[in-house]
Design a protein around this ligand. Structure first.
Ligand code: HEC
Ligand code: HEC
Ligand code: HEC
Ligand code: HEC
Ligand code: HEC
Length: 480
């Protein structure tokens, strides 16, 4: 009669252990809850519908693992805090040796494996376009633009986060800060660009693009339409000297700036990097050619951020480009999404796009404004009404993908720098070195119109400008 305790199975012993004090019990309950919820969510997710999406992903990979981890900490914490009672209980079931240590080691290993797996899927989820683009509605503007971009299949993190653990942690810390601002609803509107802590394009873009690659000269055909009654067409044709590194090793053309040996550095005196009064080209031997605007000393450089130029100084909109109203309409006309046989349609559409809509009122408002414009001028019959209906939807879509009032993101908020606005920050023909040699660029007439000097041809040969039917297109067999 030395031992009255019944013989207990392993499960019952574990059960007793977990119920030996309230802290351990809560811990065990939390772990069970987390596992059961995860299983339920996974089942629901597999059914699809409202339950699959960024929020269930957030629960599954972040919230539940945290609950589970909390439980995991509480269980041993309770056992340690209440070890006296525990010893008494253990003493009551010593008919067989208690392999406590063994059990703890095995369970911990299982738990680590589980946490590790969930943690890994968690990291994957936190790096997914689903999470970055959809979990947070502030990102709707970029996601919608991204889905139309050549990078539609490139995950946000590949351009936004430096590869490796350091980049991941930095991005998540920054993301947490942004999340807080989103909850407090005090994030900056518009989100200021350039993004100053963006990972260098050397570790992002260059995972896929090869900066030295010789791209040579590319034909660029740009159809445009006027605001006259006939919506008359004209086409600009350019030969872009994209360049790169030629087989002979010489780097030429527009991509000269990103050749590993062409180190172009500049100082911008405003946060938006639109004002560049000083720049230099550091050569492989360490010497530099320095250029500055008249009145700005070459040495020392003006106060401001000193930056080495990379891809994003020109291609700032490669994944989420926002259009200007006229450009967006031109593309739609040229793709035959908009009719040219409605008189002055471009003019009316431009007026509708400039309207002061909300995201809820835009589609209806634009349709009504266009209907009213034609009712007032050339009249509407049934055929025209139908045509207007379809065209209004296209115009409304242009508005909706470019204007996001709640983010103060309006026409022109984020200009594309791979264009005259971006290039002429340096190529204005005014930045001169100590000998008066200037960075090439067109001078300006007093009214601001660029002068057609030889500099235009260094970036592109203008084969045709403002011509209705450019002969050059006919020569190429590209006549519309
Ligand atoms: C091909 C590379 C690339 C991809 C893919 C990409 N981005 Fe960007 N993103 C950039 C660059 C470059 C900038 C910096 C723009 C600037 O500094 O002017 C930027 C800027 C932003 C900004 C700041 C506001 C703005 O519009 O400039 C947000 C927000 C953003 N990205 C969100 C996203 C989201 C969300 C995704 C995925 C759906 C994504 N990005 C995918 C390259 C990319
Ligand atoms: C994961 C790979 C990947 C990354 C990272 C990436 N790109 Fe791309 N990029 C592509 C692919 C693929 C295409 C070609 C898409 C096509 O032709 O449809 C492309 C196309 C482009 C184009 C041509 C666009 C056009 O309109 O034809 C530019 C410019 C460009 N990328 C710049 C960048 C810049 C700048 C970055 C970094 C901010 C970057 N890319 C990051 C894969 C990538
Ligand atoms: C000085 C500004 C500038 C820099 C810096 C720059 N690019 Fe470009 N890139 C351009 C311009 C301008 C074009 C021609 C655009 C066009 O055809 O509309 C171009 C064209 C391209 C194209 C399309 C090529 C084709 O014809 O199919 C790709 C891809 C590209 N760039 C990627 C990059 C990458 C990656 C980097 C960084 C390593 C980079 N660019 C740096 C200005 C720049
Ligand atoms: C931060 C200043 C800066 C910006 C922005 C810039 N460039 Fe440049 N670029 C330079 C400098 C400096 C040189 C070398 C000038 C020289 O030698 O006269 C240069 C040289 C060039 C060259 C001649 C390369 C060769 O063959 O030697 C071309 C072409 C060019 N740039 C095109 C562009 C285009 C197109 C853009 C806009 C998309 C642009 N640049 C934006 C600074 C800039
Ligand atoms: C520093 C380089 C550079 C210089 C100098 C330059 N351009 Fe451009 N130009 C560009 C780039 C980049 C684009 C954008 C191409 C694109 O749309 O992809 C462009 C586009 C154009 C277009 C097409 C516009 C459109 O949307 O149809 C015309 C026309 C043009 N340039 C004329 C000129 C003329 C004329 C000069 C000289 C007075 C000149 N450019 C000087 C870089 C330059």
């Amino acid at each position: 009669m030395e031992n009255q305790a019944p013989r207990l199975g392993t499960v019952s012993r574990l059960h007793r252990l977990l119920r030996s004090n309230w802290i351990t019990s809560i811990g065990a309950a939390l772990m069970t809850l987390a596992v059961l919820s995860a299983v339920t969510l996974l089942l629901m997710e597999s059914l699809g519908g409202v339950w699959s999406g960024p929020y269930s992903g957030l629960l599954l990979t972040l919230v539940l693992p945290l609950v589970f981890l909390l439980g995991l900490v509480l269980v041993p914490a309770g056992l340690v805090l209440y070890r006296k009672q525990l010893n008494a209980r253990l003493a009551a079931m010593t008919d067989r040796p208690v392999y406590l240590a063994r059990a703890v080691v095995v369970l911990t290993a299982v738990n680590f494996a589980a946490v590790g797996t969930v943690g890994y899927t968690g990291v994957e989820f936190l790096s997914s376009t689903e999470f970055c683009g959809k979990a947070c509605h502030v990102m709707d503007a970029e996601r919608v633009a991204y889905e139309r971009s050549p990078h539609q299949r490139v995950a946000c993190v590949l351009c936004h986060v430096e590869p490796g653990a350091k980049g991941f942690i930095a991005a998540k810390l920054n993301g947490t800060k942004q999340l807080l601002h989103t909850f407090l609803d005090d994030y900056e509107r518009p989100i200021p660009t350039p993004v100053h802590n963006l990972a260098s394009s050397r570790v992002t873009c260059e995972q896929c693009h090869w900066p030295e690659k010789y791209l040579g000269t590319k034909l660029k055909v740009k159809p445009h339409f006027r605001t006259d009654e006939q919506v008359s067409a004209y086409t600009n044709v350019l030969l872009m000297r994209t360049g790169g590194t030629r087989p002979d090793g010489k780097s030429v053309g527009i991509h000269w700036h990103v050749h590993p040996e062409a180190v172009v550095e500049y100082v911008a005196t405003d946060a938006a990097r639109t004002q560049i009064p000083w720049l230099r080209v550091v050569k492989p031997d360490g010497t530099a050619d320095t250029y500055a605007l008249p009145g700005v000393p070459l040495d020392p450089p003006p106060a401001g951020e000193l930056r080495r130029m990379d891809c994003s100084d020109c291609h700032n909109r490669s994944a989420h480009a926002f259009e200007l109203p006229s450009d967006a309409l031109d593309v739609a006309f040229s793709n035959a999404l908009l009719p040219r046989d409605l008189p002055s349609f471009k003019r009316h559409a431009l007026e509708a796009l400039e309207g002061d809509w909300t995201r809820e009122s835009a589609a209806d408002g634009i349709r009504q404004q266009l209907q009213a414009a034609y009712a007032k001028t050339s009249g509407i019959d049934e055929a025209r009404r139908q045509k207007l209906e379809a065209a209004s939807a296209v115009v409304a879509d242009i508005w909706l993908r470019n204007v996001w009032p709640e983010r103060k993101l309006d026409w022109g908020t984020y200009p594309d720098l791979a264009s005259h606005v971006g290039c002429f920050r340096c190529h204005d023909g005014k930045h001169a070195d100590a000998n008066g040699r200037t960075v090439f660029g067109p001078g300006r007439l007093p009214d601001g119109v660029p002068i057609r000097d030889g500099s235009c041809d260094k970036c592109h040969v203008v084969l045709s400008e403002n011509e209705e039917d450019p002969a050059v297109l006919e020569a190429f067999g590209l006549k519309r």
